[in-house]
Unconditional design. Structure first.
Length: 235
């Protein structure tokens, strides 16, 4: 079995490829971890396989979105090879590798953690630091993309804070928006929903009719995004 990736729009899809004595290509999205496996006829050319998988890319992403709603409650993290961890909504299999230096590399469906001390506590510290570094890079980018849609109602450009929140995705106080670090695990569309929600609160602090009118104007599908976001667990 080998692992491959393809680019579909702005989304990268990772899949595991195996050859089997069959006549047609089969694609499976596994409900337990959203992993994609492809069974190809023996002797099939790699470019033909990639083309067929790309043709089914929209179906693969739709399956992953639908199945994500029924994922079981995730057990406590052990930070051992084989676990599934999410980054921007995509599932990655954890692979812990002993190395002379500490580094995290997400590649082809694997979240490779190179660590000097191969024990769960060190892996967790390194992975937590990597998630925070990615959040500190991505969250300001998403804020910059969302802000122009509310600027016209007089909302000042906010300060951004990133914290681990136990029961909320985000909050705002004064001119500061706080985002839950765990949002780095969900798709960017849901990060944007939280940002728009908090940006609208800068214009209207309470959940009034004016607040929902503004939110619906800048993000018409906010209810669908909220529903899907709330299916993700804090892990």
């Amino acid at each position: 079995m080998s692992t491959h990736t393809l680019q579909y729009g702005t989304t990268e899809i990772a899949y595991e490829l195996r050859y089997a004595p069959r006549k047609t290509l089969g694609i499976t999205v596994h409900p337990e971890d959203l992993r994609v496996t492809v069974s190809a006829p023996e002797g099939a050319a790699m470019e033909d396989i990639a083309a067929k998988v790309h043709k089914r890319a929209a179906w693969i992403l739709a399956q992953q979105r639908d199945l994500a709603r029924y994922l079981p409650h995730l057990p406590p993290r052990q930070y051992l090879s084989g676990e599934t961890h999410r980054y921007l909504g995509k599932p990655y299999r954890l692979k812990v590798i002993e190395s002379a230096r500490d580094v995290v590399k997400p590649t082809r469906g694997w979240l490779r953690v190179y660590v000097r001390e191969k024990n769960p506590a060190c892996v967790q510290r390194l992975l937590d630091a990597w998630y925070r570094a990615r959040a500190e890079h991505i969250f300001p980018e998403r804020l910059a993309a969302c802000y122009p849609k509310v600027e016209h109602v007089g909302v000042p450009y906010p300060e951004l804070s990133i914290r681990v929140l136990k029961s909320r995705w985000g909050s705002c106080k004064g001119n500061t928006i706080t985002l839950n670090l765990k949002l780095i695990q969900v798709p960017p569309a849901y990060i944007d929903y939280v940002l728009f929600h908090e940006l609208c609160h800068l214009a209207e602090p309470n959940h009034t009719a004016r607040f929902y009118e503004l939110l619906s104007r800048v993000l018409p599908d906010w209810e669908a995004r909220r529903e899907k976001l709330n299916l993700f667990e804090f892990v």
